[in-house]
Design a protein around this ligand. Structure first.
Ligand SMILES: Nc1ncnc2c1ncn2[C@@H]1O[C@H](COP(=O)(O)OP(=O)(O)OP(=O)(O)O)[C@@H](O)[C@H]1O
Ligand SMILES: [Mg+2]
Length: 601
């Protein structure tokens, strides 16, 4: 029997081309990804990298999760929302995702740093007057969807035609926090319907994946080594985002045919994301520049912008940082400002990170405490911070936990990972639908389970006792069909005389839909066992064999004929096929190929 190839095959084996879009609507930032699935090719997931209002930041994969309202009507989205809010005296819907968190998630187990302005409970800004949360989601999702669509059309070869063909059937995956359940998903589904992205009739176009699981798929796709993912092992995923840092503990239950992850316990969520580093930075700068004319709001805004975009992102705990914010003539040496540049010591920037790092470390410790966890996968925007990476490595490395990071930017992990997750489900769907096999006779073995049916044992034509109705598995249910492979099984049939009808040999093939291992293909009355059904019959024209077959003699001198044959089961493409092979003298003969109907999902 040949070895079956079970390595995951990333090609898309659907019968028709399709589009999949994924949306990660984060507290502070959102992102979209998509893939064009074409039968037989390996899909590439791409991220939407141009958003209106942030043209100067082309290549930016994320857009601020913001909607500006004026008298209950949306007037601006994303980066543009901030400007519209100011210009039109509107109101901003910000961090609105936090309104949807179930109460069970709003836990802060650590008191805030002394002197910090982080409130002891979750900070959830209120919504603009007269605007419901459903409305905000409806508007924002519609905005994301419209721009993901135009990005696809404008940045894909033949994009418009592909969109016209497949756009209204596109599958959409939403990444949602691990602590959310069907209530929150139902809310989002309704918002998607209200936004006109899907209709009530085609709800099955929408699926959900947790942000944690999506991140795992992203990391598996991009990390150099996969040694952190083993069957049976436990690992943690920490998603350090803009507002919250969510940590989830997983056990890997299976890798093939499909990655099966089990959440070991409820996730830990702490409000200690990137914006709280900014706030820590703001506080540190206010103190540092106190008494300087550069503490003025106009300068401070520019300084903070540089801090957020550069200083915070580059800081690794060892370097002196320089913030360029002014002109050559902007000097204030006592406050560290020379020629429009402000110098910050490593202690200064560390102070800013102190607003979050200890809280993240303690949240992760809560999760890992007393458990044998070997790996911690770090993702999210703040997860890209060299300082945070180092802090986690220092703390947990000594406890035997390996902190896994991905070279690729991980703020897009949830969006891109959600599309990867969906494609992976499709690949897995190319698995064998049922267990397939045949029912046969084998020499009776009184020392084995055959005993329980000894009354059914039969004397074969060669004089030996045979156990009948035995099940033999060819391929087990859920086996992933990889590259073209074939399996072969050797059998023989015994004939008393050369029957005149040797010409039409046939063999039934059966499917079994149950989960347990099957021993008997029939019950002891000879009817098919529960869950077993006939799926097809393989045939062979053996007429050519007659002249070459030689008779044999059994132990008591009985004359019989033995016909040896091989059944080849061919896997690949989207179906299972089988055929009979036998030898006529030295010549190999083949029966017709029979397709086993509905054999692959
Ligand atoms: N290299 C970096 N180093 C440190 N912080 C970074 C870096 N890149 C981005 N950030 C910060 O990450 C935050 C955004 O992260 P992300 O996009 O993962 O959040 P989100 O998904 O909106 O939030 P949440 O997961 O809380 O819903 C911002 O505060 C941003 O300043
Ligand atoms: Mg996020």
């Amino acid at each position: 029997m040949t070895e079956v190839n079970s390595a995951p095959d990333q090609r898309y084996f659907g019968s028709s081309e399709a589009l999949v879009f994924s949306i990660d609507c984060g507290t502070t930032q959102s992102a979209c990804a998509f893939a064009h699935l074409f039968p037989g090719s390996t899909p590439q997931v791409r991220v939407v990298t141009k958003w209106p209002g942030q043209e100067e930041a082309a290549g930016d994969s994320k857009i601020p999760t913001l909607v500006a309202y004026k008298r209950g009507k949306p007037i601006g989205y994303g980066a543009d929302a901030i400007e519209q809010e100011a210009a039109q005296d509107g109101e901003l819907a910000k961090w609105f995702k936090l309104h949807l968190h179930p109460d069970s998630m709003k836990v802060v187990d650590e008191p805030p740093e002394y002197g910090s302005d982080v409130p002891p409970t979750f900070e959830v800004p209120s919504l603009p007057t007269g605007v419901t949360l459903k409305k905000v989601y409806k508007h924002f999702l519609k905005y994301l969807w419209d721009h993901a669509q135009s990005f696809f059309i404008n940045n894909t070869v033949d994009g418009e035609r592909i969109w016209n063909r497949l756009g209204d059937k596109a599958h959409i995956v939403l990444a949602t926090p691990n602590g959310w359940d069907t209530t929150q998903q139902g809310f989002l589904r309704q918002a998607m319907i209200d936004a006109g992205i899907i209709t009530k009739e085609d709800e099955e176009r929408l699926s959900f994946v947790t942000e944690g699981e999506a991140s795992v798929h992203y990391a598996l796709h991009y990390s150099q080594s996969r040694s952190w993912m083993n069957e049976g092992s436990m690992f943690a995923v920490t998603d350090a985002g803009g507002s919250t840092v969510d940590s989830t503990l997983y056990r890997c239950k299976a890798l093939v045919p499909k990655l099966v992850l089990e959440e070991v316990c409820a996730s830990e969520c702490v409000q200690a994301g990137g914006v709280f580093v900014d706030r820590g930075g703001q506080r540190m700068l206010n103190e540092k520049l106190s008494g300087s004319k550069f503490a003025d709001a106009a300068y401070m805004n520019d300084i903070m912008e540089e801090f957020e975009r550069k200083t915070k992102r580059k800081f690794d705990g060892t370097q002196t940082s320089i913030i360029r914010f002014g002109k050559d003539w902007d000097n204030d040496r006592p406050h560290g400002i020379v020629k429009g540049r402000l110098t910050l010591t490593k202690e200064d920037v560390t102070t800013a990170f102190n607003a979050v790092t200890p809280r993240i470390v303690s949240s992760v410790s809560n999760l890992l405490d007393g458990r044998k966890v070997e790996h911690l996968l770090l993702v999210g925007g703040l997860g890209e911070s060299p300082y945070l990476r180092k802090a986690l490595k220092d703390t947990f490395g000594s406890k035997g936990v390996n902190v896994v990071t991905v070279d690729e930017s991980t703020k897009k992990a949830a969006a891109e990972g959600a599309a990867l997750w969906y494609i992976r489900q499709l690949v897995v769907a190319r698995a064998v639908r049922s267990t397939f096999g045949i029912i046969l006779w084998r020499p009776y073995d009184p020392a084995s389970f055959h005993r329980e049916r000894r009354h059914r044992a039969k004397m074969d034509h060669d004089g030996s006792m045979k156990m009948v109705d035995l099940w033999e598995t060819w391929l087990k249910k859920d086996h992933v069909v990889g590259e073209e492979t074939s399996l072969s099984f050797n059998y023989f049939s015994i004939y008393k005389k050369l029957p005149s009808d040797l010409g039409t040999f046939s063999q039934d093939v059966f499917a079994y839909d149950g989960e347990e291992d099957l021993v008997w293909g029939r019950d002891d009355k000879g009817s098919l066992a529960p869950g077993v059904r006939t799926v097809c019959t393989l045939r062979a024209d053996l007429t050519g064999l007659r002249p070459s077959l030689r008779s044999q003699r059994g132990p008591k001198g009985e004359e019989f004929y033995r016909v040896d044959f091989v059944i080849s089961v061919m896997l690949g493409g989207t179906s299972l096929k089988a055929r009979l092979n036998w030898n006529e003298g030295d010549e190999r003969r083949e029966g017709p190929v029979t397709v086993i109907p509905n054999s692959i999902l």
